[in-house]
Design a protein. Structure first.
Length: 468
């Protein structure tokens, strides 16, 4: 005699309509009859093959943990996770004398069947976990299923995927549901995910984060090419590339692990640490250097973007495609950018003070408007915006130019940031021309506090030679 209730439940399962209670009932019925077990096994073998065809479903523990993040700590799903991990649930025996672990494994397969259709329609990680709170300039979002979006906007919800800022004047701030905020700026790429805990992958670039206290056992993890950072709740800044990661902690404490040898160090407030790929000496935090108010470039050291020309001893602006953050702005704009790092790595923080002046020596092959920009940080905090001044330098016959730019000439790109960069820390200095390659080259940049007390160097005398 066929079990009509079993067939009804099986039909609801195959129609993807079975509730968690009905799934439990189906498992219980199957435990009581070898014939029903065989029937259910036959149906589920097909479903299992279907699930295995989807990459995101091959890892059962990851798949079910994602389900659990959507529907909460349901005991049924918890039992499924234990079964997949090979850890049996409560010790009890079914009517056939076999451990209930078989039932839990069967339940895991059922859970996969039930939720598979939802995940085929919406890939793993598509649950919204964060929101774009602010952005400027060229910003790109790549979702977990590989869809690339260039028309990102403030207020847009984000699931698992990668957010990128693509130009010297670009930044984007992402806010998680618990109030934690992360800002990347300049040329930076950050992958975000949240399954059992928040995980960020900073492939390269600059990150500033303010992290709310995280649940016990679910710390925020930040991965870079050379380090792993464990965060409970704090404010800090990270610079990363393939060679090294520099962590500066402003509040709280962050645990840093150097991937090259597994060394671990706790970094308290007002300290920093460098995790290099090849430098395997002592790994410990050191006090953050005291801020300074003057600075002078020392090319080729400190190049953030551009091409160094050894013969001319100049930093040549390199092309960069910029796509605005306004919707319907689909045509990219070509920029020519030269950028210098100022307060990165082992360099002391450079604090801008009222009355400061920038002196810039450079070269142009044609007259052009040049944008001079500053990337700013709070003295003991996060990202503080970007400020810009515009000049059309007078050029000598050989293309040399010299400009002095007072600090009050720099204006914020967005109104929510400080109207003056005075009192903030200068992170990056950059210059660019828009659309036209005017042969922009930078020879040296200097920050001084009193322009009258230190006469400027004279521009190079014309030598009537061709610009290099």
């Amino acid at each position: 005699m066929r079990d009509e209730r079993f067939e009804h439940l099986m039909g609801r399962l195959l129609d993807e309509e079975a509730t968690p209670d009905e799934l439990r009932e189906l498992v219980a019925l199957a435990e009581q009859s070898p014939d029903l077990q065989a029937e259910l096994q036959h149906q589920l073998e097909t479903a299992e093959m279907l699930a295995q065809a989807e990459d995101d479903l091959r890892d059962g523990s990851l798949f079910v943990s994602t389900i659990q993040s959507r529907i909460g700590d349901d005991p049924f799903v918890t039992q499924v996770r234990s079964a997949i991990a090979g850890a049996p649930g409560p010790a009890r025996t079914g009517s056939l004398g076999r451990p209930t672990l078989w039932a839990a494994s069967l339940a895991a397969m059922i859970a996969i069947v039930v939720f598979a259709s939802m995940f085929f329609r919406e890939p793993v990680g598509e649950k919204a976990i964060a929101t774009i709170a602010d952005l400027n300039g060229a910003v790109q979002w790549t979702s977990g299923n590989g869809r690339v979006e260039l028309d990102v906007e403030v207020g847009q919800s984000l699931a698992g995927g990668t957010i990128e800022s693509l130009a010297a004047d670009a930044w984007v701030t992402v806010t998680f549901h618990d109030g934690s905020t992360v800002t990347i700026s300049g040329v930076s790429a950050l992958a975000i995910s949240e399954i059992d805990q928040k995980e960020l992958h900073l492939r390269a670039g600059t990150l500033s984060a303010t992290v709310s206290p995280q649940p016990a056992g679910k710390t925020l993890l930040i991965h870079t090419p050379t380090a792993e950072l464990t965060v409970i709740g704090t404010q800090f800044n990270v610079d990363a590339d393939a060679a090294a990661t520099v962590l500066t902690v402003n509040r709280g404490k962050v645990r840093a692990t150097r991937l090259a040898d597994g060394s671990v160090a706790d970094v308290p407030a007002d300290h920093k640490i460098v995790a290099a790929a090849s430098r395997l000496g002592a790994f410990h935090a050191s006090p953050r250097p005291q801020s300074v108010s003057v600075w002078k470039s020392s090319l080729p050291k400190g190049i953030a973007y551009g091409t160094w020309t050894p013969q001319a001893q100049q930093l040549k602006a390199a092309p960069m495609l910029w796509r605005g953050c306004e919707r319907n702005q689909h045509d990219p704009i070509l920029l020519y950018v030269a950028s210098l790092s100022v307060s990165r790595g082992d360099q002391p923080p450079v604090e801008l003070r009222p009355g400061a002046t920038f002196r810039v020596h450079g070269r142009l092959t044609a007259s052009a408007e040049v944008l001079f920009g500053l990337t700013m940080l709070e003295p003991k905090g996060g990202f503080a915006g970007k400020h810009i001044a515009r000049r059309r330098p007078d050029i000598a016959e050989n293309g040399a130019f010299f400009v002095e730019i007072d600090l009050d000439e720099f204006k914020p790109e967005h109104a929510q940031y400080a109207q003056s960069p005075a009192g903030l820390v200068l992170y990056d200095w950059w210059s660019l021309t828009v659309k036209e390659d005017a042969g922009l080259m930078i020879e040296r940049v200097e920050l001084i506090q009193d322009a009258s007390a230190s006469p400027p160097d004279k521009p190079h005398a014309p030598d009537h030679s061709e610009p290099k």
